[in-house]
Design a protein around this ligand. Sequence first.
Ligand code: FAD
Ligand code: UDP
Length: 374
Amino acid sequence: MKYDYVIVGSGFFGAICAYELNKLKKKVLVLEKRNHIGGNAYTSDCAGVQVHQYGAHIFHTNDTSIWNYVNDLVPFNRFTNSPLAMHKGKLFNLPFNMNTFHQLWGVTKPEEAKAKIKEQRAEMEGREPKNLEEQAISLVGRDMYETLIKGYTEKQWGCAATELPAFIIRRLPVRFTYDNNYFSDRYQGIPIGGYTKMFEKLLEGIEVQLNTDYLLNKKNYDELAESVIYTGPIDAYFNYELGALDYRSLAFEHEKIDKENYQGNAVINYTEREVPYTRIIEHKHFDPIDCPHTIISKEYPKDWVLGDEPYYPVNDDKNMELFKRYRKKSKLEKNVWFGGRLAEYKYYDMHQVIRSAFNLVEKIANTDTREVKE
Ligand code: FAD
Ligand code: UDP
């Protein structure tokens, strides 16, 4: 065998596994079907601006060891994500905090905001929220739901908010302080000079084949290594034999504008259903540089069809049932390990993917893989 591991995918899961296994003197080959490394966190230099090609990526974590680990790879800046939401020409602060409550209701004190939410939550009659709509109303009330959540959510996910799991809206903090920080984690930032630098560091000295789809030549690649680490979609691995899982896809429209500053903030969400995009990102605010132009990206949600990029897993009951059946099959695959947002079909953030990759490496590194699986 030429390699100990063939790793399919050079996103966070694949790149961290490659780096850690390389440190353990394992021989690794990374296959990547795109023409670049980094998965969805990939950034590229466009006229001096670092562009997040697959949407805004802000690194945040509460885990000191993960924060130190990524900072040892590359220096990070102190960017704090404070997005705004535009609704019918009016701007609101996010996440839901005293600024937002003031902008919506004119209240200025936390107890006034709490009273307003309590009044609006009454329609839930003490019921446990069973879906995203009910969860949103019970967290922030119907006015906020109708203004900032319903339209955004339904265009983002392509279905009614009543059909979506409640956990999706619990990603956003609700605060009774004037604090516009989108995340409550202790650490937050963006690698200076872009994420791709971090991936170059992770994959330094490791053989990487770009423009290479493992599934098109699976048998040959399997013969090259003792084990495979697969980070692509789990249903694609099994050629969709139990049916396709649902994903949400996105289209990005990038534009260079001859203005120093276009929107004054890195992220502005558009919460009305009628506006076809969900957000506009202005990249230079993530990693500030002084230049007379700027680059913006509009993010359009779209239905996923075979061949599209599968950006978000749709973790509703129907898809989770199907995923469990694929996961059961994956456990029977000899010497193949599945990990990452697509192979675990999980709405992971970057720090969570890193933790999951650490767990896998720890599990497999010094053991006979067959033994571990059983
Ligand atoms: P990916 O990054 O998807 O990498 C998988 C790689 O495998 C890809 O490069 C793919 O081309 C390759 N691949 C797949 N199949 C094959 C095959 N058959 N052969 C060869 N290669 C293959 N997280 C945060 O923490 N903060 C954020 O602000 C944030 N914003 C996000 C915004 C958007 C729009 C999206 C979609 C995600 C965001 N995330 C964010 C999540 C973050 O992107 C993921 O957690 C992380 O990138 C997942 O890493 P991964 O390695 O699991 O998957
Ligand atoms: N959301 C919303 N309005 C907003 C921002 C977010 O309704 O202005 C909802 C929407 O359902 C979204 C979810 O909150 O899918 C999670 O938002 P987050 O910003 O975490 O999404 P991501 O960056 O992962 O796309």
